[in-house]
Design a protein around this ligand. Structure first.
Ligand code: FES
Ligand SMILES: [Fe+2]
Length: 395
């Protein structure tokens, strides 16, 4: 797919300039449906994108349909607990197979002509395919006609998908962040976090393009004005920009004291360095994840883009261990979620305001603070690179 008539080579060039001369992505990147479709099939599809939290499938034998930028996908947890992702479409006539999340006893049955699939995605039964009462047909085999799998992986409770199937291995993709945070949380700790059934999740709906949420999350510049309370316990001058690699940027704070502010005494990561108890990192993992880690919890926000101007933010807080999700700490979890809810809700007017600004011919990408906007500029460069193939091919 080409987006050359939406984004020009000059638009891309402007982004690639050194930050003091660079401009941001043009308005079309935020409002145009073709660019949105291109992003799904290229920018998102060619890497590992966050799809959902594993906790959204609460029991073994469970299926959950999920829309990924207009693409119908299906998450299945089989009876052994194994989670897989498939295209949510019946092999017969292309009916959406699962329309509502819920437990599955035996087979997934298509509501149209009742073809049924195992939880491993295999086509199992095809009633009357050979005529009334004939459940098989000459020359027809169920083999190879199962649900089409999507490459997936799980880390920190997040299920990632690689739609193209051609990205690097997930281990290679996540290693820079996994290794970085292992120095704080301990080796392997991020895959053993505990998610409580209460005060662990929330969802926000924003009338803005998903990229604006990432750009806003990357920078601390807006803290004093948008987050006065957060700024009081984690002020701007205590933040620094982070550039982990091409697809991970963000900020660190040296003054994380939420537990004091919220009066929480949550269990802490045992491995967290003693001299860095007030250190926290907030990293955007491109394309669509906003992650944070501090001494007593980690969180992840999955951005689910619905339309160019509509995004769902799904947040999950994960705690250090099972003790931290016991009743004893319910108040602490409540305070932690409430604090983050305040922060992320405060961001909405800014992100939605930027979206509105993308309809102005008086704005074509804007400029960056050469000091405080470096992570946002890094993100723009990454997006511009992903756009490049769609601009060069005019097909
Ligand atoms: S479309 Fe599913 S059984 Fe016909
Ligand atoms: Fe913010």
């Amino acid at each position: 797919m080409s987006i050359h008539n939406k984004i020009s080579a000059a638009d891309i060039e402007r982004v690639y300039n050194p930050i003091d001369k660079a401009g941001g992505l043009p308005n079309a990147a935020y409002v145009d449906q073709d660019v949105f479709a291109f992003e799904r099939d290229n920018l998102m599809a060619n890497t590992w994108a966050g799809l959902l939290f594993a906790s959204e499938l609460p029991e073994n034998g469970y299926a959950l349909p999920i829309d990924f930028m207009g693409l119908p996908l299906l998450a299945i947890r089989d009876r052994e607990g194994q989670l897989s992702i498939f295209h949510n479409v019946c092999s017969h006539r292309g009916m959406i197979l699962v329309r509502e999340a819920g437990p599955v006893k035996n087979l997934l049955r298509c509501p149209y002509h009742s073809w049924s699939y195992t939880l491993d995605g295999e086509l199992k039964s095809t009633p009357h395919i050979g005529g009334v009462g004939q459940n098989s047909a000459e020359g027809f085999s169920c083999i190879g006609k199962g649900l089409k799998p999507v490459r997936s992986a799980e880390w920190m409770g997040i299920v990632f998908v690689n739609l193209s199937g051609e990205a690097e291995s997930f281990d290679d993709f996540i290693e820079p962040l996994d290794a970085r945070w292992a120095k704080f949380a301990g080796a392997g700790a991020l895959n053993k976090l505990s998610v409580a059934s209460d005060h662990s999740q929330m969802q926000l709906e924003i009338k803005a393009n998903w990229k604006l949420a990432i750009e806003n999350y990357c920078e601390a510049y807006h803290l004093p004005w948008v987050h006065p309370e957060l700024n009081s316990y984690s002020p701007l001058d205590q933040h620094e920009n982070l550039h982990v690699n091409d697809y991970m940027t963000g900020q660190a704070t040296h003054n994380y004291t939420l537990s004091e502010v919220a009066g929480t005494t949550l269990p802490k990561f045992g491995a967290w360095p003693q001299d860095k108890q007030a250190y926290g990192e907030y990293i955007s993992l491109y394309p669509n994840l906003m992650l944070g880690v501090q001494v007593d919890h980690a969180f992840a926000i999955i951005l689910q883009p619905i339309a160019p101007n509509h995004t769902i933010e799904k947040l999950q807080i994960a705690y250090v261990d099972d003790d931290a999700i016991s009743d004893q700490y319910q108040g602490c979890r409540d305070a932690t979620l409430a604090a983050w809810k305040t922060v992320f809700t405060e961001d909405i007017f800014a992100v939605e305001g930027m979206q509105k600004g993308r309809h102005s011919p008086g704005f074509q990408g804007g400029v960056f603070s050469p000091v405080l906007d470096t992570p946002s500029h890094d993100f723009h460069k990454w997006v511009a690179k992903a756009y490049q193939s769609g601009i060069e091919s005019k097909a």
